[in-house]
Every structure is written in structure tokens, then in C-alpha cells.
Design a protein around this ligand. Structure first.
Ligand code: PMV
Length: 313
């Protein structure tokens, strides 16, 4: 039997922009997807998906998941006709869109296969293999999700053809956030492609927005490291406007972002692929976190009360 885990994540600044080389900041959250691999009597591999979360997520993403596993097996040089496997996926990370569920799934499975077959993959190699799997879900993924899912912690990530730049950031004490789930399962791949197409079609408008996003990442980093939560919140608010400008928000996301701010969140924005999926609100302190989370729940949406900067190792 082989076992492995991958962290969920929240993107604090610059999802989508990150695909095009703009710096971004993400944090792992304290929830994981866990995979267990057993030898199997059938042919190839089979997947038992026990993850809880958005209704219909696992079914909607089934093809992506199977394709991801085929890609990852190829990247690891594993022939599942010679080593048939039963892969069980579970853990406490819910399958909300925008929470890094696909990347956590890829990292967990890679680690479990590595353990089962004694491949001894390093974290760096796990990250590379999981990136191959992510392509099945996201088409042209930046790599930020699998990086956060593999290494954990708070990271600044820049996509570079010559090798991604990954830096760990420190914020002292972990800080409370609320993630609200719109319940809408988004097709990340289609949303990412849509941004690329519009960027080509409207170079002037998109150029300006992308420039501001790059500046904002620098300011966000400074504010996080200074633990200036008011400023971090304001920058998150602005980041949401930039994401609206490139057309990746949606009515449910905008509603939850507004609600969180009204309830006192220092800032709120969509997080991850957008259109549906999740938003994140910055809510330092258990009291504020509770107030924002309850308000979202009272509107009938699922929430996660979690923290950024929890995992440092
Ligand atoms: O929705 P998620 O959790 O898969 O996050 C996608 C993040 C994007 O920036 C939209 C895509 C990427 O590859 O970085």
C-alpha cells in the first residue's frame, strides 16, 4: 500500500494573471487530499473518489482526473498494465472549485504511487509530475496550484519559461480567512483559454490591467510581510476589480464578496479559476471570521473557516 497527501490552497493575489508570467501570491490551507494506492486485480488503474464537496464535482471532473492520472503515470515512467492499481482519493479538503482540489489530488496520487512502487520521488519531482497532471484539468496551468499543494506555506510564485521562481514568505502568526463556495463548478480550462483569447483581442485594455496586477503583487507582498492586514485587504479588493475587468468573476462571486465586506471583512475577492468556485475574505481574529462565515452560510452557501500562513514546512 502507498499513501500520499497534497495541500489545498488559496490564491491571495493574481490568479489568471499568473498564467501569463505576472507574480502571484498563494497560501496552502490546513486541509489535504489524501490518496491510497493498492495493487489491483483488474487492468490498468481504477479510481475510487471519496472526497466530499460540491455536488457533481467529482463526476464533472472525472474525465480530467483519469487523463491526469494517465499523464502522471507516463511522467513517472509507470506502466499500469504491468502494475495495475486501485487508487482511493479522500481527505478533508472539499472538492470546491478554486481551492486547489485538482492539484492536491495530483500531488496526493503522485506521492502514493511513488511510495507504492518505491520510486523515492523528491518533492521537486512530485511537483513536476503533478504539474503534468494539472494540464489535464487546466490546459495551460501556471504551476502555482501544484507548487502550493506540494510544498505548503505562503509563497510568491512567478511563472518563467526558464524555470519558475518560488519564494517562501513569512507572516508571523497565521491569519484567519473565510472561503465561500458559490456551488458553481467552473471549467478552469475554458476560463483560462477565454482570458488568453480576450488578451489577444483587446491588447490595450488587457495590457493596462496586467500592468496594474504586476504592481499589486509587489504591494501585496510588502503588506503581507509587514502584517498590515488593512492594506492587504484593500489590495485584495482591488485585485477583485482587476479580475472583474478580465471577465472571470460572476454574479454569485460578486454577491459573496460584497456580503463579506459588509460584514466587516478587511478585503474579499474571488480565488482560483473564478466564474464559479470560491471567494476568500480576510478576517483576522476568530470573531470577525465567525461573523463573515455565518453571514455567508445564512445565505445558503458552504464556507470554510481556515487560515493563511499555517504551514511553514
Ligand atoms: O481554480 P483553481 O483552484 O484550479 O485555480 C486556478 C488558478 C488559475 O490561475 C486560474 C490557473 C493557473 O493555472 O494558475
Amino acid at each position: 500500500m502507498g499513501k500520499g497527501s497534497g495541500f489545498g490552497k488559496v490564491i491571495l493575489f493574481n490568479e489568471h494573471f499568473v498564467v501569463h508570467g505576472i507574480p502571484s501570491i498563494a497560501s496552502a490551507i490546513d486541509l489535504t487530499t489524501d490518496a491510497v494506492v493498492h495493487p489491483w486485480k483488474g487492468e490498468g488503474f481504477t479510481v475510487i473518489d471519496q472526497r466530499a464537496g460540491t455536488a457533481g464535482y467529482s463526476l464533472a471532473k472525472r474525465e480530467h482526473q483519469m487523463e491526469a492520472i494517465r499523464r502522471m503515470m507516463a511522467a513517472m515512467g509507470v506502466d499500469t498494465m504491468r502494475h495495475p492499481m486501485e487508487i482511493t482519493v479522500g481527505g478533508n479538503l472539499p472538492t470546491f472549485s478554486g481551492i486547489g482540489a485538482s492539484a492536491a489530488n495530483c500531488v496526493a496520487i503522485t506521492r502514493a504511487v511513488s511510495e507504492e512502487l518505491g520510486l523515492g520521488l523528491s518533492d521537486e519531482r512530485v511537483n513536476e509530475v503533478a504539474y503534468e497532471g494539472e494540464k489535464a484539468y487546466a490546459g495551460n496551468p501556471s504551476g502555482i496550484d501544484n507548487t502550493a499543494a506540494t510544498f505548503g506555506g505562503l509563497i510568491r510564485f512567478v511563472r518563467r519559461p526558464s524555470g519558475n521562481v518560488i519564494e517562501r514568505l513569512g507572516i508571523g502568526k497565521p491569519v484567519e480567512v473565510v472561503m465561500g463556495n458559490t456551488g458553481v463548478v467552473a471549467n478552469t480550462k475554458a476560463v483560462v483559454e477565454g482570458v488568453a483569447q480576450r488578451k489577444q483581442k483587446y491588447p490595450e485594455k488587457y495590457g493596462k490591467v496586467f500592468e496594474e496586477a504586476a504592481e499589486l503583487a509587489g504591494q501585496g507582498r510588502e503588506a503581507l510581510e509587514a502584517q498590515d492586514w488593512k492594506r492587504v485587504g484593500a489590495l485584495m479588493d482591488r485585485n477583485h476589480e482587476l479580475l472583474q475587468a478580465i471577465d472571470v468573476s460572476g454574479p454569485e462571486l460578486d454577491f459573496l464578496v460584497k456580503l463579506a465586506r459588509e460584514k466587516g471583512a478587511l478585503g474579499a475577492k474571488l480565488t482560483g479559476g473564478g466564474v464559479g468556485g470560491c471567494m476568500v475574505a480576510l478576517t483576522p481574529g476568530r470573531k470577525l471570521q465567525g461573523a463573515v462565515a455565518s453571514a455567508i452560510e445564512n445565505e445558503g452557501f458552504q464556507v470554510l473557516r481556515t487560515k493563511i500562513g499555517v504551514l511553514t514546512g
